[in-house]
Structure formats: structure tokens, C-alpha cells
Design a protein around this ligand. Structure first.
Ligand SMILES: [Zn+2]
Length: 437
């Protein structure tokens, strides 16, 4: 067990209550907009255009711009935001909260206003909602839903053509939290950007979690004063006074440590980062009235998260499907890859991935040398150039299924970014790949 320094008791909170008033203030026009959205989603699925989630939310919002606040009224809402781990953490948290009652959840990862509307419309009577929210949309969604709890996981560079500089994102999150002084924030104490964002509001009530993340490449300088930070992980501090807060929860060696109590966390999802996600979800679940041990038991049953960490058998190969979409995500993922195992890297650069692939140069690909590697995806050439400079022997084949044929049979790690991952999942299913977990 890692040493836990500087314990602090969590701040006082409002009494948790899962049963909320059913008197949702929605109005007949919201109902009409919801129905129109559902019809549009159904049509989209029938025409094979997609899952129909985003179109459902967009149609509802086009007809009723206040639909999000109307659909959220009367519910207790948790928003989960940050650069990496939103989908996993929200799935873990939803599983924990479902032990106490129905939960609305944007499980497909549609994490802007339209996705939130679609999730709330799909579960109109659930008294509790868990909504994963893109960090650039947190302020707008929080204004609409007045969250009981906001979870802030981490902040790092992502989608360089679309996103802002990391400190600007942190400033926007700080503004969003300041506008909701009654909201309790569950925040990552190890991430200086998150700490700075969460401590900007003088009335903020924060539960700190030490997640044990590996990446600190976007917080080498202090977000408050700009000088170089000293230390990293669980020891960082700045001469201006900004420093890592004493955590209420620590993710450590397959357990959550809270106030010196050790609660075992037996996840089926791999890696320290997922343990950090789970402990963060336990902290949020406790605020929502669910006992942490009960939360841990529910989370341990989750076999995969929207296909991530799934194992698929395809043509004598057992594919471990992993998603990483930016340098921080890759840094965490490197910790769960087997050193001797063949690796397929699949990268696209569509709008949802970010068009700019220069992030590949910030991934420490040098660490994957020594195993059979194939670069695939629509931007396999960019990956190939990066791997060459990293000294990694590899082959480059655009089609990921054709690329697999170049790797040995047996267990293969597959790491793909966002659209590449979903594309590959669909193709594997169409080609007869069988999920074995
Ligand atoms: Zn400073």
C-alpha cells in the first residue's frame, strides 16, 4: 500500500437522496419535441445511418431549445468531464448508482448537449442521471441541468484543431464551477490543471481523489502563475502556493483508501487509470447516497465499456480492443500492453478524432519497440513515420483487418483512436468476430 499523506475529511454535503420529485416541469411542447426526436432517431436507425442518438437530441433541441433544462428538472444529475476516462467513469458510476434505482445515462458517449438530451428523453422517469460531458461543453450543460455533483477527471491536450490550449479549458471549467456554488466537485488531486480549476470558486466544496495517473506532460508549469511546478503525481507544488490538496480518496493497489479504510476494488477493466476512474466513481456514488462497498461490487461486474477492453476472437487471433486518442491516453495505455504481445495501432483523423495528427509525436512510442507492430487506419502513414523515428520496426497497412494478417496468431493488443475504434468494432462484427468477454 502506497503511503497516504495528509488525510483530510470530506467536506459536509447535502443529505443524499436517490428518490426525487416526479413532478418534472416539462410542458407539452417538450413532449412533442421529444416524440419528434424519437421518431428521427428511429428513422436514422432504419435507414442505417447510425445509432440515431445524436439526431434524436438535435431534433428535440431544434424544436425546444430549453429541452435539456426541462428534461433535467427534478432529477439529481452527475456530470462527468475531463479529457480521458469520461466514458469509462460514467459507465462505472451509472452501474454503482443503479444499485439504488433507475439511472439515465448517455452510454454511447454522445457527450454534448444533444447526447444529454437524448439520454434524458430515453429515460424520462429516472430520478438520477449520469451524463458524460465534453469539457468544452460543461459550462453550457451545467447551466441547463444544475448538477448535484461534477466529476473532473484530468485535463490534457486533445484534438488540437478543435480544442483550446489546456489552461484555457481549465479556466472555462473554473467558470462553470463558480457559477454553481452548491454543486459538489469530485476532482483529481494529482492533476494541477484540475486542482486550479476546482479551487477558483471561493465557495467550492470539493472531494479530492488521488488517481495515480502517469501523465503530467500538460502540467509542467503552474496554471496560476506560469512558473515551473516542482514534483509531479502525488507530490506537486508551486512556489505561488498552489499545491496538491490532501486527498479524501486514494486509488492504490486494487483498492480505494478512504479515511484510512481500505475498500477492495476488483475490476475486470485493466490498468491503474481504470482503478483511478473507479475510485473517482466511488467518491461520486457516495455523494449520491450509495455505499462505496456496494458501488465497488457493482463496478466489478462490468466486463467492458462500450466495447473498450472487450476481447474479440477473429481468425485465430484473440484481439484485446483498447482505445487511446491522445498522448495522455496512450501513456496510460502503455502500462497495460504486454511487452511481448503483437500490437496493431489504428489511427484515423476524422472530425471526431481531431484532424491534426501531430499528437502522435508526443506519444512515447519508443516503449513499444521489440514486439511485432503494424500501423493501420486512414492515417497509418503518419503513424508509420512516427514509429520509424521512434526506432520501432513495423509494417504499414491501411486496412486494419488486412493488417491483422501480418501479425502472429494468438493474443493481439489493438489500440485505436475514436472513429478507428468504432469502425473496427463494426467491421469485426460484420466479419464474424465473436466477443469472448
Ligand atoms: Zn504557481
Amino acid at each position: 500500500m502506497a503511503a497516504v499523506r495528509g488525510w483530510a475529511r470530506p467536506p459536509p454535503m447535502r443529505p443524499a437522496r436517490l428518490v426525487s420529485s416526479p413532478q418534472f416541469r416539462r410542458g407539452w411542447w417538450t413532449w412533442v419535441a421529444m416524440r419528434a426526436g424519437l421518431a428521427a432517431g428511429w428513422l436514422s436507425r432504419r435507414l442505417g445511418l447510425g445509432a440515431g442518438v445524436i439526431i434524436r437530441g438535435r431534433v428535440t433541441l431544434a424544436l425546444c431549445p430549453s429541452a435539456l433544462s426541462r428534461l433535467a428538472a427534478g432529477r439529481r444529475v452527475v456530470l462527468v468531464s475531463g479529457t480521458n476516462g469520461k466514458t469509462t467513469t460514467s459507465h462505472l458510476l451509472a452501474a454503482a448508482l443503479r444499485t439504488a434505482g433507475p439511472v439515465a445515462h448517455n452510454a454511447t458517449g454522445a457527450n454534448m448537449g444533444d447526447g444529454a438530451v437524448a439520454a434524458l428523453a430515453a429515460d424520462p422517469d429516472a430520478p438520477v442521471a449520469v451524463l458524460e460531458v465534453d469539457e468544452l461543453h460543461l459550462a453550457a450543460v451545467a447551466t441547463a441541468v444544475d448538477p448535484a455533483v461534477v466529476v473532473l477527471l484530468n485535463l490534457s491536450r486533445d484534438q488540437l484543431d478543435r480544442g483550446s490550449e489546456v489552461r484555457a479549458v481549465a479556466a472555462a471549467l473554473a467558470g462553470a464551477l463558480s457559477a454553481h456554488p452548491d454543486t459538489v466537485t469530485v476532482a483529481n488531486a494529482d492533476d494541477p490543471m484540475v486542482v486550479w480549476a476546482a479551487t477558483q470558486s471561493p465557495r467550492a466544496s470539493t472531494v479530492w481523489v488521488s488517481t495515480g495517473g502517469r501523465w503530467n506532460g500538460d502540467a509542467t508549469s503552474c496554471p496560476r502563475c506560469g512558473t515551473t511546478l516542482h514534483g509531479n503525481g502525488d507530490r506537486w507544488r508551486c512556489r505561488c502556493g498552489l499545491a496538491r490538496p490532501a486527498p479524501h480518496w486514494v486509488a492504490s493497489e486494487a483498492a480505494a483508501v478512504r479515511d484510512r479504510h481500505v475498500i477492495p476494488v476488483g475490476l475486470r477493466l485493466p490498468g491503474q487509470f481504470n482503478l483511478g476512474n473507479a475510485v473517482t466513481a466511488m467518491a461520486a456514488a457516495e455523494l449520491m447516497g450509495v455505499d462505496p462497498r456496494r458501488a465497488a461490487a457493482a463496478m466489478s461486474l462490468l466486463p467492458d465499456v462500450a466495447g473498450r477492453y472487450a476481447v474479440v476472437t477473429y481468425r485465430e487471433r484473440e484481439l484485446r480492443l483498447l482505445l487511446a486518442k491522445n498522448p495522455a491516453g496512450w501513456a496510460e495505455m502503455l502500462g497495460v500492453l504486454d511487452e511481448a504481445r503483437p500490437l496493431l495501432v489504428v489511427v484515423n483523423a476524422r472530425e471526431a478524432d481531431g484532424r491534426d495528427t501531430s499528437w502522435l509525436w508526443d506519444v512515447p512510442f519508443e516503449e513499444i519497440a521489440g514486439r511485432p507492430v503494424v500501423a493501420a487506419g486512414e492515417h497509418c502513414a503518419d503513424v508509420g513515420v512516427r514509429l520509424t523515428y521512434a526506432g520501432v520496426e513495423h509494417a504499414t497497412v491501411a486496412d486494419p483487418l488486412a493488417a491483422l494478417a501480418l501479425l502472429p496468431t494468438g493474443v493481439v493488443d489493438v489500440v485505436a483512436n475514436y472513429t478507428a475504434f468504432h469502425q473496427l468494432r463494426r467491421r469485426l462484427t460484420a466479419a464474424g468476430g465473436e466477443s469472448t468477454r
